[in-house]
Design a protein around this ligand. Structure first.
Ligand code: SF4
Ligand code: SF4
Length: 396
């Protein structure tokens, strides 16, 4: 059972003065113009729920449509902690078996060898084409989420530095990220070892639990977090690094006894040995900032700062591109809203004729790639760390 302190929920919700300053930044309100889909409307629903005037069933429709992007929390002059409110409100209800099953599938399956073999078989045999043909539009939408460059396989437990040692860090892989972020994680290993870091990838780490936390399954999320705390503690590290901001936003709130840092944040702070030289990369790169990086981690400027080290790169920060609609499992649970938000983003991205689209979150990368799949001359989607690795690997 998840325990929710209703008086805490009421106290926090009562801090909202209903000024409406958060409405223009809320992606769902901008889409529907429905007060129930706004932060202010949702807070009113949460107040009614916590005070017993409405039930979970009454409020579920609008609360489920919230992306948990926290743009409203960043904009709120009263400092209302909307993230705590929405997680708390969701925890008062009962998560349906279908959703619990989906979350388990997403967070556990990628660690199983059989899943990786299954993915390989699906992609390399005629199965994919067959299922796309008979599965209809709904199936094709799901299939579009499988990254084109998805790699399967596992990592060694330890990667030694290739220059003078300067520390030992752990790399968090994530669940879906083990497949979708494979190239970014491999790039992180290469860059870190080139800079002199020993990189540990504890094989007993698991999913961060963010999906469970935001679905109201806080107890399960805590248990998942404890598995990671123990796994990384045993590895004896200076810091834990992550490449996916969605996972990272949840990880940084857990009780690790060492710093938990986003990869570009870490690389902006660590020492770069004098012999390390980044080679020119004369490409046009659009830099997408995931909501989790901007509103939760407050690290929006870190990827740009790091990429500016690359000579010749033409960086375009996509400030006018709002939430892409991925939002963890939202892209599966609210397909109409998720796709409408993505289309808004794609309409702004495609005329830019980008060669690369860099984003720091797996969910955003998968969702945007799904929407761009059929577009001719689409940009290649990758993570900022992959551009650093690309630049480092160019022969003089
Ligand atoms: S978290 Fe995002 S979608 Fe939800 S109410 Fe706030 S701004 Fe709107
Ligand atoms: S959440 Fe903050 S910005 Fe939004 S209506 Fe309430 S007080 Fe105003």
């Amino acid at each position: 059972m998840n325990s929710v302190n209703l008086s805490d929920l009421i106290h926090e919700a009562d801090r909202c003065v209903k000024c409406g300053i958060c409405l223009p930044v809320c992606p769902t309100y901008q889409l529907t113009q429905d007060e129930g889909d706004s932060p202010r409307g949702r807070i009113s629903l949460i107040q009614a729920l916590a005070n017993g005037h409405l039930t979970s069933a009454d409020t579920q429709y609008h609360l489920d449509r919230c992306l948990n992007c926290l743009a409203c929390q960043s904009a709120c002059p009263s400092g209302v902690q909307y993230g705590e409110l929405i997680d708390g409100a969701r925890a008062t209800g009962k998560t349906g078996w279908k959703k619990r099953f989906t979350l388990k599938l997403i967070s556990r399956q990628p660690y199983r060898r059989s899943s990786r073999a299954g993915l390989w078989l699906y992609r390399s045999s005629g199965l994919r084409a067959l299922f796309r043909l008979i599965g209809g539009k709904r199936y094709q939408r799901l299939d579009n989420l499988i990254p084109e460059n998805a790699k399967v396989g596992s990592w060694a437990n330890l990667y030694p530095p290739t220059t003078t040692p300067q520390g030992r860090v752990g790399l968090f892989t994530g669940c879906v990220g083990r497949i979708s972020d494979r190239t970014a994680l491999d790039a992180a290993i290469k860059v870190l070892t080139r800079l002199g870091f020993e990189v540990a990838i504890p094989s007993d780490q698991g999913c961060c639990g963010a999906l469970q936390q935001h679905a109201g399954e806080s107890l399960e999320a805590q248990q998942m977090s404890e598995i990671n705390i123990q796994a990384f503690k045993r590895a004896g590290l200076d810091a834990i690094l992550f490449v996916a901001s969605g996972c990272g936003a949840h990880l940084v709130k857990q009780s690790f006894d060492i710093p938990v840092l986003e990869i570009t944040q870490f690389l902006n702070r660590c020492h770069w040995p004098a012999q390390i030289e980044l080679k020119p990369l004369p490409h046009t790169v659009g830099l997408h900032t995931p909501c989790s990086l901007k509103h939760q981690l407050k690290l929006a400027s870190e990827p740009e700062r790091l990429l500016q080290r690359i000579p010749g790169i033409q960086l375009i920060t996509l400030q006018q591109v709002d939430c892409c609609g991925a939002a963890g499992s939202y892209l599966l649970e609210q397909p109409a809203m998720a796709d409408a938000l993505r289309q808004n983003a794609i309409d702004k991205i495609t005329p830019m004729n980008l060669q690369y689209l860099a984003t720091s979150n797996s969910g955003c990368a998968l969702h945007l790639a799904g929407g761009l799949r059929e577009i001719v001359g689409k940009p290649q989607i990758l993570q900022p760390i992959e551009l650093i690795e690309m630049s480092l690997s160019i022969d003089a």
